[in-house]
Ligand binder design. Structure first.
Ligand SMILES: [Zn+2]
Length: 307
């Protein structure tokens, strides 16, 4: 039961809008029916795959003696993800890289680690998982994670993770979606996994309680635009596989949001003033999956600029 509660509190992190709607109901939030969720595998070339199930997108890079995996969704997805990986390779998962600490990306850590994977993440991510965190969206607390769910290998600026025949380049974008983000580039497949520093077809969350900022989000997008070319396949934290052109649209949206919010913050407007002014109304059609999501994005940009 405790495990289930943990999963549910993790669930409200990145699925802000539906979770908030559920929170306002008299009953506690209800998780998805895990038994009905399937994993969709998309081939990205050169033995590299994107997996979609429930939670953040997963990237899988198959080598000659092992698999490198980026993000592991929620704990109940472990067996389905494992089966999806087994369908493309008999090799074991040797490394599981965490793009950030949120439960829809790290929920699978303990189970994959128990299966032999080394969890890899930024040093700040390990600190946050070990200490427990509070959701900037709902205020829900995620308790400290057990040792088995924490990264065994951490880094601060950049590092690489390798299995025979495959190398993952890991880099830390400073203060972006959270303060412990990692993005991963597989040069041999021209695949870039961004975690939630990029979301496609929806506004990102910016976890200002745990080190995130709109400025860092824009800087991360700039780093990706410098790294990518027109053939780069971008696995966003949420949403479909994206191109460099779509990344540029995402970056433009972030910059517009910053440029419109900055004067409101400077003029001393309250958050309620901002909600009433609806400074992003024209962006909502493309990026807001719900009214609640639109409001949350105003809130995170406002607080991020105010601090
Ligand atoms: Zn997240």
């Amino acid at each position: 039961m405790n495990g289930l509660r943990l999963t549910l509190s993790a669930l409200v992190f990145c699925l802000a809008a539906p979770a908030l709607a559920q929170q306002q109901a008299p009953t506690p939030p209800v998780g998805p029916d895990w038994s009905r969720i399937t994993v969709k595998t998309t081939e990205l070339g050169n033995r590299t795959y994107m997996l979609e199930g429930q939670g953040g997108n997963v990237t899988v890079a198959v080598g000659d003696d092992g698999v490198i995996m980026v993000d592991g969704q929620f704990a109940p997805m472990h067996d389905k993800l494992k089966a999806a990986i087994a369908a493309v390779s008999p090799q074991p998962v040797k490394f599981l890289v965490n793009t950030h600490h949120h439960g829809d990306h790290t929920g699978g850590n303990a189970a994959f680690a128990a299966g032999g994977a080394t969890i890899v993440g930024h040093a700040n991510l390990k600190t946050m998982l070990a200490a427990g965190t509070t959701s900037n969206v709902t205020g829900a607390k995620t308790p400290p994670q057990p040792d088995g769910a924490l990264p065994k290998t951490t880094y601060t600026d950049a590092t690489t993770v390798a299995v025979k025949g495959r190398v993952a380049q890991l880099k830390h974008p400073v203060g972006a979606h959270t303060g412990g983000d990692t993005y991963v580039y597989f040069a041999d497949a021209n695949v870039l996994s961004t975690g939630d520093t990029v979301t496609i077809g929806r506004y990102p969350n910016i976890d200002f309680l745990n080190g995130g900022s709109i400025k860092g989000m824009i800087a991360a997008s700039d780093a990706y635009l410098a790294l990518a070319n027109d053939a780069t396949k971008i696995v966003p934290g949420h949403g479909p596989l994206a191109s460099k052109a779509q990344l540029a649209e995402f970056r433009a949206m972030l910059a517009t949001a910053r440029d419109r919010m900055a004067p409101l913050v400077k003029d001393g407007k309250s958050l309620d003033d901002v909600y009433a002014a609806k400074p992003f109304a024209d962006l909502d059609a493309k990026w807001a999956v719900s009214e609640q999501a639109a409001k949350n994005f105003m809130r995170v940009v406002y607080i991020s600029l105010k601090e």
